[in-house]
Design a protein around this ligand. Structure first.
Ligand SMILES: Nc1ncnc2c1ncn2[C@@H]1O[C@H](COP(=O)(O)OP(=O)(O)OP(=O)(O)O)[C@@H](O)[C@H]1O
Ligand SMILES: [Mg+2]
Length: 311
């Protein structure tokens, strides 16, 4: 497990406990989340929403410590929430409202200045500019989650916690939403903690992952370190002409499976050592520009099993 310095952590929890009656939802949880884009991963019932509730000061912990920005989550929750953006797991928006009207309402609560300008900019950024005057009840699941992202970012928070932002969205829609989050981080420096049970989506945009199960930490660390530890020998390759590159990759005997997702080529290989030396050669022979190359973490189930958390 990689230890982060306290100063580098936005979120820090130590031996955190939260029970509901006799049932222990969070059990001695140790959590560290740096700035940047981080994933909070765990299957249904793992304790993600409960942890987020404690971090936001909505649930009082039964033991241990939790801080956000170095502030105590229970004592200083008002100060924390003023600086955080939040997308809750279940958002019940008034269906008759338009996106614009909803955001105007939220802007008044947060005291956002030059709200109309900020709302127009955000709606464009999340790809809802054309739908801003439609009633929310006519939105698809993906549109509603994008509206949730706009609402979370309205007050220009330095960090945002998003609980299952990709819930009920199809794979392409999930990638598109996560790409939006990546853009927001690049353009505005906003940090994110994104909770989900779909590890394979997250590792494409996150630089850090904290994985939990049964209310306990399973493992956490940089995506690079976790990929080396739990490798399924799956790689993501950014290249100037993905289709041309893919065709050549599929001819390699060491490549088990290769496919395109978004603008990237993914492939699973048998022998990573040979693969490492082949990739630059293929790109240069085809006169293609190799933009990035990323080793992917294995599946969540594999990680649970290998850490004996898969019971
Ligand atoms: N208000 C509550 N009362 C009783 N039990 C609760 C309550 N909230 C959560 N739990 C229990 O705590 C455990 C953790 O639930 P939690 O909602 O935090 O998980 P999660 O990781 O967010 O799951 P999901 O992926 O389904 O959203 C579960 O066993 C759940 O049943
Ligand atoms: Mg949840």
């Amino acid at each position: 497990m990689v230890a982060l310095g306290i100063a580098a952590s936005i979120i820090q929890a130590t031996k955190l406990v939260k029970s509901f009656g006799k049932s222990l939802a969070i059990n001695q949880l140790d959590l560290q989340v740096p700035n940047g884009i981080s994933g909070f991963v765990g299957r249904n019932g793992a304790g993600k929403t409960t942890t987020i509730g404690v971090l936001l000061g909505l649930l009082k912990p039964g033991g241990g410590e939790a801080t956000v920005f170095g502030l105590d989550c229970w004592q200083d929750s008002f100060q924390i929430r003023r600086r955080l953006g939040v997308m809750h797991e279940i958002n019940a928006y008034p269906g008759g409202f338009t996106a614009k009207r909803l955001l105007q309402h939220v802007a008044r609560i947060y005291g956002v200045t030059q709200a109309d300008q900020r709302i127009a900019q955000l709606l464009a950024e999340v790809g809802l500019a054309d739908a801003k005057d439609k009633p929310i009840k006519a939105y698809s699941a993906g549109m509603t989650r994008r509206l949730g992202l706009a609402q979370a970012l309205l007050s220009e928070p330095e960090f945002a916690i998003l609980d299952e932002p990709t819930a009920n969205i199809d794979p392409l829609g999930r990638i598109a939403l996560l790409e939006k989050i990546k853009e927001m981080n690049k353009d505005h420096g906003t940090g994110f903690l994104i909770s989900t049970h779909i590890l394979s989506d997250l590792e494409k945009v996150c630089s850090w992952l904290s994985i939990i199960d049964g209310g306990r930490l399973v493992d956490q660390g940089s995506v690079t370190d976790l990929a080396a530890k739990y490798s399924a020998n799956v790689y993501k390759i950014g290249v100037s002409e993905p289709a041309v590159f893919l065709a050549k990759l599929q001819e390699l005997p060491i490549v088990k499976k290769a496919w395109i997702e978004g603008d990237n080529v993914f492939c699973q290989v048998q022998d990573p050592t040979v693969f490492y030396s082949e990739i630059p050669k293929i790109a240069s022979n085809l006169n293609l520009q190799l933009k990035n190359f990323q080793h992917m973490v294995g599946t969540l189930e594999e990680i649970y099993t290998r850490t004996a958390g898969g019971t």
